[in-house]
Design a protein around this ligand. Structure first.
Ligand code: SF4
Ligand code: SF4
Length: 378
């Protein structure tokens, strides 16, 4: 732990008194450091490895001693475990968490750093890794422990049946599957990075933004968009969960990096294409572009242009839907006003509002995870 930690905590508490603080540590530090911080001020998250993974064998004992001490001092202590080898001991973290009186633990499958050589388990090995992770989670459930997933895993990492089981016993793992939104890290230079795995990509000065949400949006638009042309499996691009945004295709550090110039995925490209079609007198074409685009491209401006296009075609139901969506999702006050003005000119028929919309192709009847992913085995 950082020797200046007490001062850092004090500063945080002065500037943002309402923020709860969690300190992440590998657990190798001098025990007396715990006396310098208050259990009322911070919680501690210890990332632990199996004893065989400490290059200095004494370190495991030190980590356990520090956890024990932190608990005795009244700190809120969470233990975390990264799966980074295929032959990990599935009973290790459930047993340790139980013996330390925890109600659960955090876990993750270690991710690579983008464009850096790494020894982490490759996505092609997930099919063999998943049953081992499930074994660990079953051992945890038997001890009445709940495991919380730290970094999202592909939605198809577990089978459909396993996901249903996870929903019962480990809801904080089940709910973290699929979507990977930015997890901002801020460096001592006050630069924000999207997450550790993507730290070699763009950084921004936090002081250049009005709030955290604006930084998140910046990363979604400028970093995530360049990493979403594929996923960690070659079949991700055909997967319906990928197209709908329910799964990002695994850790983005497994993805190919390239600026997104595709109107099917880039909202600005889509908006340009649609605007051009409307100006050329082809609102139908504009709507077709919108309806063919993926969820990432269907942001506020394309939705508004779709509303205008539908209005011009006399399709007032669609014009209302797209206009209402624009109002819901836009952060731009001017666009919001324009969409509201358009909506005011539309009156819906009660009958059409209560009619059954046609379900999108491939999403009717009984569908399985495998149907959606197009995955051949596993
Ligand atoms: S195939 Fe679909 S569910 Fe599986 S990782 Fe790719 S996008 Fe996610
Ligand atoms: S890209 Fe997503 S899954 Fe990968 S390390 Fe970052 S937050 Fe985790």
């Amino acid at each position: 732990m950082h020797p200046g930690l007490p001062d850092i905590i004090r500063q945080f508490q002065t500037t943002t008194p309402g923020t709860s603080l969690q300190v992440l540590t590998g657990g190798v530090f001098k025990k007396r450091l715990l006396q310098t911080i208050s259990p009322q001020q911070v919680g501690l998250i210890f990332n632990i490895n199996e004893p065989r993974d400490y290059s200095n064998p004494k370190h495991f004992g030190k980590v356990i001693g520090n956890i024990e001490e932190a608990i005795k001092l009244g700190f809120k202590v969470v233990v975390g475990f990264n799966v980074w080898r295929m032959d990990f001991d599935t009973g290790f973290i459930p047993g340790l968490a139980y013996n330390l009186g925890r109600s659960g633990f955090r876990w993750a499958v270690a991710n690579p750093q983008l464009n850096q050589h790494s020894n982490v388990i490759n996505a092609s090995q997930f099919v063999h890794l998943a049953p081992k992770c499930l074994e660990m989670l079953e051992k945890a459930a038997a001890l009445n422990l709940e495991a919380e997933l730290d970094c999202p895993l592909p939605l198809c990492f577990f089978t459909e049946k396993d996901l249903a089981w996870l929903r019962q016993f480990h809801p904080k793992t089940a709910s973290r599957m699929g979507v990977c939104d930015p997890v901002l890290d801020v460096t001592p230079e006050l630069e924000a990075i999207r997450c550790f795995a993507l730290s070699k990509l763009d950084r921004v000065k936090v002081t250049d933004f009005p709030n955290e949400w604006a930084i998140l949006e910046w990363f979604r638009e400028n970093v995530d968009s360049c990493l979403m042309s594929d996923g960690c499996f070659e079949y991700c691009t055909d997967c319906k969960h990928f197209k709908s945004g329910r799964c990002n295709g695994g850790c983005l550090a497994w993805h190919r990096y390239g600026p997104d110039t595709n109107a099917l995925t880039n909202p600005y490209q889509l908006a340009n294409l649609m605007r051009q079609a409307v100006e050329e007198g082809s609102p139908q074409k504009a709507l077709e572009h919108y309806e063919a685009a993926g969820h990432r491209a269907r942001k506020d401006l394309p939705a508004f242009i779709a509303s205008v296009a539908a209005y011009r075609l006399g399709r007032k139901d669609a014009a209302f839907r797209y206009g209402a969506r624009t109002v819901d999702i836009t952060q731009d006050p001017a666009l919001r006003e324009q969409a509201i003005e358009l909506l005011k000119t539309i009156t819906l028929d009660t009958d059409s509002v209560s009619s059954n919309p046609a379900a999108p192709e491939g999403l009717t009847g009984s569908i399985t995870l495998q149907d959606l992913t197009g995955k051949s085995t596993g």
